[in-house]
Design a protein around this ligand. Structure first.
Ligand code: GLN
Length: 210
């Protein structure tokens, strides 16, 4: 079997949301890690076979999910995720990765999900009065204290399965997790001055690529 060697191609799901910010954080992370690579906007099913890692951005999970379903990408993307594609979902991206989702006000959501991350998510968990805020928290796994996270109508991770590791909490709320090849955050790391999450994703993809 022929295996791809560098450069690494990191895809950003390019339907809706903060796509540009992720593209620029990936470029920063390439520089910081000295790993060679480029980015690709993923908009078609055929793009999925090109990439070695993927970012599912924040935005509106029902819209991004409907676009994925409309382009018949849900099954193939879930399969690639289950087969180890290094992937990071942020905010709406976290929601799309989850197995189970409900909305704090609306209740059970019947929205297209990739359903690969063993978590229960509450959408819009911080409510209207706190729709958007910055907060600082530690990420022990990365040896980081005082990471500055942006929360924009963010979800909370209410329950996690046995294979899910907690990366960060805000008070008692779980806000970042890892399950093998899948990283997911309730906040927006692409709006932070630190590119640590993008670096971790790239490092994971690079180690699987050689
Ligand atoms: N509340 C949005 C949703 O449920 C997520 C918000 C975001 O990604 N910033 O899709």
């Amino acid at each position: 079997m022929s295996r791809h060697v560098s450069p690494l191609i990191v895809g950003v799901l390019g339907f809706q949301g903060d796509i540009e910010e992720h593209l620029s954080s990936i470029m920063t992370a390439f520089k910081k890690t000295s790993i060679e690579g480029r980015t690709l906007l993923v908009r078609e099913r055929s793009d999925l076979s090109e990439i070695h890692a993927l970012i599912i951005p924040g935005g509106e999970s029902t819209v991004i999910g409907a676009m994925l379903a409309g382009r018949s990408m849900v099954k193939e993307l879930s399969d690639r995720l289950m087969n180890g594609l290094p992937t990071m979902g942020t905010c709406a991206g976290l929601i799309l990765l989850a197995k189970r989702v409900y909305d704090r006000v609306v209740g059970d959501m019947n929205q297209p999900l990739l359903g690969v991350l063993d978590v229960l998510i509450e959408r819009n968990a911080f409510g209207r009065q706190r729709q958007s805020f910055h907060a600082e928290f530690d990420i022990p796994r990365y040896g980081l204290a005082g990471f500055n996270g942006a929360f924009i109508r963010s979800p909370i991770i209410k329950q996690i399965g046995p294979k899910v590791d907690v990366l960060a909490k805000l008070g008692t709320d779980v806000i970042a997790v890892q399950q093998g090849n899948i990283l997911a955050t309730a906040f927006h790391p692409e709006l932070s001055t630190s590119s640590i999450f993008h670096e971790e994703l790239i490092k994971m993809a690079s180690s699987m690529n050689h």
